[in-house]
Design a protein around this ligand. Structure first.
Ligand code: NCD
Length: 318
């Protein structure tokens, strides 16, 4: 078995190749930040005097806002650059944009791009830490961490658990980061959806110890799952190619109340957002919060804590 090089903690670009110990340390650190992330605890000062730059070249709600809140709750300032209204609209490259902001004295970049590898290009050129906030179809590592944290809070130890990820796996950076993190921590992942969206080759992408398997029948998989993560069909990634889905996607792969009732009693329902209500997930399942199955808003809350943990880990070890 080949071993990935140890994570150097300069950048945070993906969960692939991170050791279980690194993941657990980040999750523990996020757990320690929970009160400061969402509760009444006072803002910390560990990153006082630092400025975090959000470079978002693709739309975002939860990720961008939670990085901003995370920076502020650690005592840092944050600034936002989006492609609309910046010189990216005039053709300036991502790297030129980043190097100019670095010259103005920012201390870290949070980068989202529609191109896979966008944050990696900036990381190669920059002197300061880069965090991947979602690159094309590739990875979304802080989303992966918040998914792991939510699962650990709800289910405890993840080793031996079976997690279903349903929908547009082919186009999903959320699925890729989740499956690397989950299998590293020993959970098995079932990728569920139509063959066009769930290629068989995904069975070979993780290093383990958890296993990845592909399943095209959602109803058959439900009773064996400890958690089910529903994904949005990302129509915007189809480009000029063939339509991503055909036939009645909702009838085959949508999670409605009748299907949710076939999950084991302890199983939880997750979604990274944004939800297409009535498509991959029905409202009565999505809104079953409190003591119910839905962990969707817990995921959003955990987003602030894991982003605090990531920023503190990269910037305090500088
Ligand atoms: C996702 C994303 O942008 O990768 N959302 C998120 O970050 N919470 C998933 C999506 O857009 O469907």
């Amino acid at each position: 078995m080949t071993h990935a090089p140890a994570w150097d903690r300069r950048h945070f670009l993906g969960l692939e190749g991170l050791a279980a110990a690194d993941l657990i340390e980040l999750l523990d650190r996020a757990e320690a930040h929970r009160a400061a992330a969402t509760g009444p605890a006072p803002r910390l000062q560990v990153l006082a005097g630092r400025t975090i730059a959000n470079l978002f070249f693709e739309d975002s709600t939860r990720t961008r806002i939670s990085f901003t809140l995370a920076a502020r709750r650690l005592g840092a300032d944050s600034i936002d650059l989006t492609s609309a209204g910046s010189s990216v609209g005039k053709g300036e490259t991502l790297v030129d944009t980043a190097l100019n902001l670095q010259a103005m004295g920012v201390h870290a970049f949070i980068v989202r791009s529609s191109a896979s590898g966008g944050p990696h290009l900036i990381a190669k050129a920059a002197r300061i830490p880069v965090i991947n906030a979602g690159d094309g179809r590739h990875e979304h590592p802080t989303q992966g961490l918040l998914d792991l944290l939510t699962l650990r809070q709800r289910l405890g130890e993840l080793r031996g658990r079976r997690i279903g990820i349903v929908g547009d796996i082919a186009n999903s950076r959320v699925a890729r980061s989740a499956l690397h993190g989950l299998t590293t921590l020993g959970a098995d992942v079932l990728l569920i959806g139509p063959p066009t969206l769930v290629p068989q080759a995904f069975e070979r992408i993780a290093r383990g110890p958890g296993q990845v398997s592909v399943q095209h029948d959602l109803d058959a998989a439900l009773p064996g799952l400890d958690a089910i993560m529903m994904l949005r069909v990302q129509f915007e990634r189809a480009g000029g190619g063939p339509p991503l889905i055909s036939g009645d996607y909702r009838a085959l792969f949508g999670l409605n109340a009748a299907r949710a009732a076939r999950l084991p009693a302890h199983a939880i329902v997750m979604h990274p957002g944004p939800i297409n209500r009535g498509m991959e997930l029905d409202s009565d399942v999505a809104d079953d919060v409190g003591d119910g199955r839905s962990a969707i808003l817990q995921q959003a809350a955990n987003g602030v804590a894991v982003r605090m943990a990531t920023l503190a880990t990269l910037l305090q070890s500088e």
